[in-house]
Write a protein that binds this ligand. Sequence first.
Ligand code: NAD
Length: 424
Amino acid sequence: MSAQTVNASQAHESMFEAVLARLDVAAKIMNLSEEVAQVLRNPQKQVKVSLPVMMDVGKIQIFEGYRTIHSTHLGPSKGGIRYAMDVNADEVMALAAWMSFKCAVANLPYGGAKGGIKCDPRAMSVGELERLSRAYAASMKDIFGVNRDIPAPDMGTSGREMAWILDEYNKITGEDNPGVITGKPLAIGGSLGRDAATGRGVMVNTLAALKKMNLKPSEVTAVVQGFGNVGSHAARLLSEQGIKIVGIGDHTASFYSEKGIDITAVHEYVIKNNRVLKGFTGATEIAADQLLISKCDVLVPAALQNVITEENAPKIQAKLIVEGANGPTTPDADPILHDKKIICVPDILANSGGVTVSYFEWVQNKAGYYWTEDEVNAKHDIKMEIAFEHVWNNATRFKTGMRIAAYITALQKIEQAVTLKGAY
Ligand code: NAD
């Protein structure tokens, strides 16, 4: 167990503290200036709003909304809007900080932000969700801006919510500004390639890591947890590269087959089956807690946070973990994976394909000129390969794992910007 990883595993009572623990480890190794570390330990702006919404029953309900701008040193802040019951100030702050580091690792001209509304979108009607989204957009009219703060979808939101928020924002400002929000439907300025981008980034990072490990895609097997946006595209793209997908799972069921699972058949099945895996017959059903520890070379957690823990990390058989989800590995599990010599491509690198194509959407909106899907994918792949190489080189240079190396890569960029611009 290295000194770096011990320290990172000690402080994580809150999600934001878990981010700071890893930031502190990276800061120490790279000798980050204490002033810059202080700037990054404290988000620039935190906004909490109360949103009164007329519900279908004819009564007003108040919802809590949040937006945290963590940093703007590299450019306008960028980050999604999450609709979920467990949204709170601490979580939004942690996710905003991750966005600062993710954008810096991917070399995008953005700082980091995140927003959220404490609500259960599945328990609300379409009309209630539209009124809530518009109320949120109105309350954030002085925060959002095409060169100021650019939101996007996150858990519980999609292009539909982005369209309402864009429309409300444009009505209030009296201007047509599609670049103020990304992850939009294609018809109103979305980008080709955005839907599959995060899964595509997972695929590019996996291939880059396998190359370093001297493994050919055709020789390896993979397990993917989650079959939503990230997991389904990642599984499809990995299998197109010749990687045998032996395990898949979602919140309804998990499956394993040593012979490999036909991912095209899975896609066809979920489309007919309300987008869930339950009932799939092309592989053996296994217990949910067996999926991550089943036999494979590559493990892709692409569902939710805190799934690789102190308890199951000792049993993980994969040689390579590529984090499609945000925060799937707890700080306590990091040193265990490190001791087992498992290479872990961390979330802030592995899932940055999504924000990279969001950046391309913003560039296309600003230029008013739209690219083909092949152009988007080609530009994305180059950016991801360069980001992977920077992190890999820093891991070698600073004799640390990929996670801390990714933080170092981000901090090097942000430190330069803070130093050049001045903290204030
Ligand atoms: P999604 O809602 O489309 O899919 C989530 C998947 O996880 C579903 O298949 C769901 O069944 C599964 N799941 C939920 N609970 C589970 C459980 N207990 N066990 C196993 N599976 C479970 O979400 P998504 O957009 O694919 O996001 C997944 C993760 O990737 C999240 O952590 C998200 O923050 C992160 N992420 C997403 C993007 C993006 O562009 N969508 C970008 C970066 C990071």
